[in-house]
Design a protein around this ligand. Structure first.
Ligand code: GDP
Ligand code: CA
Length: 341
């Protein structure tokens, strides 16, 4: 049992890119003594110009390491795009993906290490040494598993395109008929991922995209199961505020899987874990607790009716203070549930 005055020692968080990374800054501030392990989404990863790019891992690494572009939320601060412009001058495709010059150094190191035979988890650890992120960052898997989106292509025909092409090139404007993690069947959780979930004192789902960030991580065989099984409370933070994504196009992703863009609907999609459900309950979800924004307060009772503890808090990450308050609320909801158990 943990006295309330003492925070959790081991925290494990799943994370996509911007939403996850920003929340993690607040989590570190809210629990400065904790060992935090972050399981990062690698479904967005892509080969570009012979370089292995891991957008979400890098967003977490740069954000926590103080190297992120504040304005864009991805890539490096003080970035230049000379290499990108030179490649475009050669007419080399794709031209729609933003590879900055500083960022390219990261991808060169990563690609060289991967080519030398190191697994992505070891490469990520090596890259993070420079950035001193304050967390242990693990890719969800060392295997290649990339998200693809089935669309009616402007060139004709229904086909699957890489998530990045759908998101960056088409800005999610092509209706997604399905979102598929290609390679999921052969993927295994990276070393340490399952242990981090099962040995945590609390597991947090930050306000990352429920489909193409958290949903992708959950598709790696074994990860969803370990979330259902862990003795730690699992607490999520809604990325949907006032019936909309705060930024990005999560609504286009949610409609692809038939889920409403609403804080309560996302909780129902994740589902309640068995832990808080009365014996005989049929739940096999992943949530014990869910934070929703004050704008969505009326959804709280429906979430509680699912067997998920629900609290209403301001959930806009306007600055570090507001974000830290969100993370503290998630941790205190967890400690309340631990004491109840
Ligand atoms: P991505 O990989 O860069 O798209 O980032 P994530 O998947 O980690 O996070 C994207 C999600 O973060 C979006 O669905 C947003 O709605 C959510 N988000 C961004 N800013 C905020 C915020 O201030 N508050 C909340 N609650 N969600 C946010
Ligand atoms: Ca992402």
């Amino acid at each position: 049992m943990h006295p309330t005055s003492m925070g959790p020692r081991r925290i494990t968080a799943l994370a996509g890119g911007i939403g996850g990374a920003r929340f993690l800054r607040g989590l570190i501030a809210a629990a400065p003594e904790a060992d935090i392990t972050v399981i990062g989404n690698t479904g967005d990863d892509i080969w570009i110009h012979g370089l292995r790019v891991c957008p979400d891992l890098d967003t977490v690494m740069y954000t926590l390491g103080g190297g992120i572009s504040q304005e864009r939320g991805w890539g490096r601060e003080d970035e230049t795009f000379t290499v990108k412009d030179e490649l475009a001058a050669y007419g080399v495709e794709p031209t729609w993906f933003g590879l900055g010059d500083r960022d390219i150094a990261t991808h060169l190191v990563r690609t060289q290490m991967l080519n030398a035979g190191y697994p992505l988890s070891a490469v990520t650890e090596a890259l993070c040494t420079r950035w001193e992120t304050g967390v242990r960052l693990l890719p969800m898997t060392d295997e290649r598993a990339e998200t693809h989106v089935v669309v009616d292509h402007p060139d004709g025909g229904r086909r699957a395109i890489h998530f990045q092409e759908w998101w960056v090139r088409y800005q999610a404007s092509l209706t997604a008929h399905a979102i598929v993690l290609v390679g999921a069947d052969d993927a295994k959780p990276a070393p340490g991922v399952v242990e981090a979930i099962e040995q945590a004192d609390v597991v947090i789902l930050p306000p990352s995209n429920p489909v193409v960030s958290i949903g992708t991580i959950l598709q790696v065989p074994g990860i969803r199961e370990s979330l259902s099984r862990t003795p730690a409370p699992v607490i999520g933070v809604s990325p949907i505020v006032g019936g909309r994504p705060v930024r990005g196009m999560a609504d286009a992703c949610l409609s692809a899987i038939g889920v409403d863009t609403a804080a309560g609907a996302v909780a129902a999609h994740y589902g309640a874990r068995r832990t808080l459900i009365p014996a005989g309950g049929a739940a096999d979800g992943i949530l014990d607790g869910w934070l929703i924004d004050t704008a969505d307060a009326e959804a709280a009772s429906a979430v509680r009716a699912l067997g998920i503890a629900c609290e209403v808090r301001p959930l806009l990450m306007t600055d570090l203070e507001a974000t830290t308050a969100m993370a503290s609320a998630a941790l205190s909801l967890a400690s309340g549930l631990r004491q109840q158990a």
